[in-house]
Design a protein around this ligand. Structure first.
Ligand SMILES: *Cc1c(COP(=O)(O)O)cnc(C)c1O
Length: 223
């Protein structure tokens, strides 16, 4: 069977998403030509998991692409992203957040970020635990930020076929955002819930996702 083209797949996916749900086309490990194909179908948000790869692609591809950093970020790799990314989705420590804020301030830009929360069963995934995240906001630590806008939360469900567990994970992520927004009435624009990937994005949307991150269903398997 012939595989659908990247452009057709992106166009169909974009048309199928409900109002209010954005699409991050996760292009990590795929070449610039694949991104150009998705771009030709109107896609403008692309997600990368490594700084070097994101920066190289950003330099080579159209300037109106909005790049999202979705992978774990080491503190010594933050600088090239500042002023270049539309959203850092993978802020997983206060130390990283403070560094992003300082570098953004020095650079004279505001960086938009999501707080990555860890609810999945796997131990290897990065992110704040729900308790750590609630504590961060309960302390009102975000008030010290000068050049960073926390736009919401990002998370992943447990990698399992058990859809009951997947649904519970997504509900926990969306519920955390709601709880934090209700607790902190001075927090503005804290409305993004980034969750859902190729295999589970429909469930994620049912649970309140506003941003799905889809790679292999668009670009095929990563080499
Ligand atoms: C790779 C990746 C995705 C996309 O995964 P697919 O299963 O290929 O859709 C989404 N989110 C993050 C954080 C990723 O690293």
């Amino acid at each position: 069977m012939m595989r659908h083209s990247i452009a057709d797949t992106v166009a169909a996916l974009r048309a199928s998403l409900p109002e209010g749900v954005g699409l991050v086309a996760v292009s990590k490990f795929h070449p610039a030509e694949a991104i150009e194909e998705a771009y030709s179908a109107g896609q403008r948000i692309f997600g990368e998991s490594r700084v070097q790869e994101l920066v190289a692609k950003a330099d080579a591809l159209p300037a109106d692409i909005q790049w999202h950093m979705i992978g774990h970020l080491q503190t010594n790799k933050v600088k090239p992203l500042i002023g270049r990314v539309a959203l850092i989705e993978s802020v997983d420590s206060e130390r990283l957040l403070e560094l992003i804020d300082r570098l953004s301030d020095e650079h004279g830009v505001v960086t938009r970020v999501l707080m990555q929360v860890h609810v999945a069963a796997e131990e290897t995934k990065f992110g704040f635990t729900p308790d750590e995240l609630i504590d961060y906001f309960a302390r009102r630590a975000y008030r010290n930020l000068r050049a960073t806008h926390i736009c919401g939360v990002m998370g992943m469900a447990t990698n399992t076929d058990d859809m009951t567990r997947v649904r519970a994970d997504f509900e926990a992520i969306a519920g955390l955002r709601r709880r934090i927004a209700a607790m902190c009435d001075d927090l503005c624009g804290f409305d993004t819930v980034s969750m859902g990937m190729s295999d589970d994005y429909l469930t994620a949307i049912e649970c309140g996702s506003t941003l799905v991150r889809i790679g292999s269903a668009i670009f095929g398997e990563r080499i």
